[in-house]
Design a protein around this ligand. Sequence first.
Ligand SMILES: [Zn+2]
Length: 307
Amino acid sequence: MATRNVLLTRILAVAACVTLLLMVAGEEKSQVAGREESSTSDVPTEMEREPAPAQESPDSVHVLVNKQNPLSPRDYAPDDLRTVDAPHEFADARLREEAAAAYEELHAAAAEEGIDLWATTAYRDGDFQKALYEQRRLEDGPEAADRVSARPGHSEHQTGLAVDVADLQDRECYLRPCFGDSEQGQWLADHSHESGFIIRYPEGVEEITGFAYEPWHLRYLGTETAQEVHASGLTLEEFWDVAPAPDYAEAYAPGEAEPSTTDYRAGLTLQVGESAQCTAGEIAVDRGPEVGHGALEEAAIARGGQA
Ligand SMILES: [Zn+2]
């Protein structure tokens, strides 16, 4: 508890100097209904589908991570991470080599069509994910937290194969469901598979994927598989014919739940202009002229999904 209190105190202290965008809090609840009707003739037959991925290797670009399939080991960390060579919001926007190269290709393809994409969060280690999840759980309760924030060891961001993408000019829809209706969101839905990514948490399929709609969350699978998944119109769980993962297999053990106090925030500085340079442990939480600086956890919570 002591660690938690320290963390909370720090967040509250920083909040005073922040023009935090908490107006975002209300709209995500209404976004789970309404999966698009897809004709059953589009669904691939068993023969056409790929077999379920082997679960033993977290290093596979096909590793399946969801509420029923944690990473093994749970503190897995890839050894070929690098920062993407494309615009990114924070100093730390790392993906595994193959996924980073694919993201750069995706960004370039978008830019050619005048679409401005920014990578926000990419790799998150287990400690960071734990802190995010725990904070969300404290704020919103276990049930709400589990809809939008993954427990440590259960986040695709920990694989180094997932990246959240945003339009930094549109704060209203920054990591919000309405991003899916934006020019960027629509372009990603139509084109990300061409560079090997899928929209991992589509709308209306929370009972299968386990997470609310996240039109900004891209998962790298390689071009061939991503194109097949996209063409199928299926979730990754359905495509690989594995069990839906609406809930965790185990209850969360509160004993594991203390937020990390390690310096996972060190070095997180903003990349969008001089005035936005925050110190380690802070990030900017507004992108207008009135950029403020806030604790990372606080801003992440205000943003919505953290799957
Ligand atoms: Zn994400």
